[in-house]
Unconditional design. Structure first.
Length: 170
């Protein structure tokens, strides 16, 4: 019996256990959150994600609770940035978008959403540039807050954290 037939007989579990590749069911997935100020444009934003080669697995509309926003999504913010972030997310619901996109998923997500939190510093074709605000907002403690249109991970550690945090709604 050849190896292929042996694995077919034993099923997928045998193939996975015999593989020298670590299997992670969450690899290849990422979250983009369309923030409340851009929620009305969610159709256009999702189309831009899809047009960039990403596959939308699922979307969920949710008003994100304050303790989740500053406890799971964003931790360790200054008092002024925390207040501005909560004000931003309290403007309405957000759209949670679960994406697939292959081995370069995170690079695609960062590229299509924008590489900076300040929309005016992002590529002019990015979601943050097109749908974000192009002026700075002063915070109560003298900081600067930028209202961009989309939350996304910037690295694999944040990508895993987002997937774990948002799992409760997906």
């Amino acid at each position: 019996m050849n190896e292929s037939a042996k694995f077919e007989d034993q099923g997928l579990e045998a193939l996975i256990s015999a593989s020298d590749i670590a299997v992670n069911e969450k690899s290849g997935l990422a979250i983009v959150v369309i923030k409340p100020d851009a929620f009305a444009k969610k159709g256009e934003i999702v189309k831009r994600l899809e047009d960039s080669g990403l596959y939308v697995v699922k979307t969920v509309t949710k008003r994100l609770p304050d303790d989740f926003v500053v406890g799971s999504m964003y931790k360790g913010l200054s008092k002024g940035i925390e207040e501005a972030t909560l004000e931003h997310f309290n403007n309405g619901p957000s759209e949670i978008v679960l994406l697939e996109g292959g081995p370069d998923l995170l690079q695609k997500v960062v590229s299509v959403t924008g590489g900076d939190t300040d929309p005016k510093k992002c590529d002019e074709e990015s979601i943050r540039y097109i749908f974000g605000e192009h002026f700075d907002r002063a915070t109560s403690d003298g900081g600067i807050y930028h209202r961009n249109a989309a939350h996304r991970a910037k690295d694999p550690v944040e990508q895993k954290k987002d997937l774990d945090s948002f799992e409760q709604w997906l």
